[in-house]
Design a protein around this ligand. Sequence first.
Ligand code: SF4
Ligand code: SF4
Length: 245
Amino acid sequence: MLSLDKLYPQLSSAEKMGLLDDLNNIYGSLPQTSCERCGTCCTVPPPAYIVEYLNMFRYMKENLGDRIPEIVEKAIRFYFLELVDINLRCPFLGEDKLCMVYPARPLSCRGYGLSRSDSVFLSPRNEMEELARRYKEQHGITLPEEVVKFNLPECGSVKIIGEKKVSTDLLELAISYVARLESQLFPVDLVDKELTFVPYVTHLALTVISEGARIRRPRVMKEYLEKGSSDMLEGFVEKARAVQL
Ligand code: SF4
Ligand code: SF4
């Protein structure tokens, strides 16, 4: 994850190396799509590489000005509570069900509705039962059944606009190109093990509240499950309000 002090130097390196231009060219190789904008797929934001996060962060800074504090607050709440509250949605999803970072959304969001059901684009939570077992064993937390059993439905509403064609092979090739860009920023073994491949929300939340928040996550989840709120979470949100991005 990128801490705040490393974020801007990394962004500037990625720009100088032309990685964000390359990334946007990869995005541009995929067809434009339309859909019914129900927002269901934004229940479980899929993973994104850090180079994609940098691109999204730049977009957010340049375009979303006044909305950034609200997005950051939602990202922090989502980061802590996504495994205990099924009603949360990706913090970048607007009230109008439009993605606020649509031109900079990651490849895994672009691939949704265009890919096979066993693809990385669709299966961010395919190990939920195992995760639930570990939370129970290590932290005494029972994850709610509706979270554990939630399966993102395949979407049949995505329509391709224009002449470009798409195939799962093309999508998987595109993601391997993005992984190659990531390898210019981080050691290849980290990239191969997908350690830099997590949802935008997690990237953003951990930039703002720092990596150390990870160890507090189970405590926040427990408090929330027991009381319906968490003082510790409110403390993180309060601290985040003081952070200048
Ligand atoms: S891609 Fe499908 S699930 Fe996602 S918002 Fe569009 S219609 Fe809904
Ligand atoms: S980044 Fe946009 S498209 Fe992707 S999950 Fe969030 S709101 Fe949905």
